[in-house]
Design a binder for this molecule. Sequence first.
Ligand SMILES: Cc1ncc(COP(=O)(O)O)c(C=O)c1O
Length: 457
Amino acid sequence: MSGTGDGGWRTIFEPFRIKSVEPLHFTTVAEREAALERTGYNVFGLAAREVLIDLLTDSGTGAMSAEQWAAIMRGDESYAGAESWERFTAAVTNLTGLAHVIPVHQGRAAERILFAETVKLGDVVPNNTHFDTTRANIEYDRGEALDLPCEAAGDTQAEAPFKGNIDVERLEALLAERALDVPMVFLTVTNNTIGGQPVSMANVREVRALCDRYEIPLFIDAARFAENCWFVIQREEGYADRTPTEVAKELFSYADGVTMSAKKDGLANIGGFLALRDDDLAARCRALLILTEGFPTYGGLAGRDLEAIAQGLEEVLDPEYLRYRVRTAEYLAQRCWDAGVETVRPPGGHAVYLDAGSMVPHLHRDRFPAHAVVVELYRVGGIRAVEVGSVMFGPAATHELVRLALPRRVYTQSHIDYVAEVVAAVRARREQVPGYRITWEPPYLRHFTARFEPIAG
Ligand SMILES: Cc1ncc(COP(=O)(O)O)c(C=O)c1O
């Protein structure tokens, strides 16, 4: 999906060639219908081998490079002070400028350790928008997780360049009133919950200034930091000539701490870290790390995982990679628009969100239109997507969306062309797409395990 860096060429392609292949699993419509019946029309219940193109998540599903596999072979599995730990901590400190690096098995473990040491009853942690696990970990420690998205974030069709921004005015009002109850301010880059939308550097700087004024630390949830930096280069004045590495270093220079799920922009299948400036907080977090994750030089990870992440953090900042990465979502969104299917605009970095209303307008909310589209994408073309609507959020849902998350470096342009063709085919037969009713649901997080049945007519 990338043009070549020197411009002028129309052909777009992936900036890698393939050394090792993994076969796809083809099934018939009849087999997929049987699988849907078996799982109660819930694609989370499918075996991966029943899925042709798996767009369930971009987390931990990426393909590693030859250099990462080579690094894995160099993994030093010593319990304490391994060479892999030295490489990992150097890579993180070089990128973030933060002295204390705490490895963890994935992003939510960094959140759990951080909030256990910083959040108490009566505290409030503002964020542009908290990711589910961030919110849950703050609430587990009896704090309040407050979303302060900018105004444009609420309008799926607004073509604003930085819809991931935090609302600085509301943040300022909060700090003016309750600064003593705010242990830290968070910024999630990119803003996953509202569609992988970026945060501008100007917004980060404004938040930093506010944090300085009120002497509150600023934390960055960096799961998709590199994609965010690419958007800054593309869209923000003054950054067009900067490298992704320079932009990332500037971004992190404003932070007192970073939580990271390396399953995204670490280009690894597992892992994460917490990076901190404060010596005392780091000492307390390390003590908790030992209790629940492991010794401070490996956290919950093997030496080989540390190697893969250290290498991944370098590769993810390659401009050719980022151009291809962000272009993939744009390309898929454009193909959907051409077929008359609306998406969240502009497309974010890691996923395309289809507006179910533009695909199955005859289905009312109580018939779960986005779920109906998810089922149909699987039935028609073996594609696994995720409902982000009334099934996931219940009556609180503000939109009925279908997320097509894009694993990193896994699918080629022809796979994406196929996905677009299936989306168009579902839209073309939209009158035949049935709504659904829930026949069983668990008390929490029902989208993972609920069972459904189609409603005729
Ligand atoms: C923005 C953001 N933060 C944190 C997490 C949690 O990371 P993990 O899944 O590695 O625990 C995710 C995972 O999707 C995420 O998207």
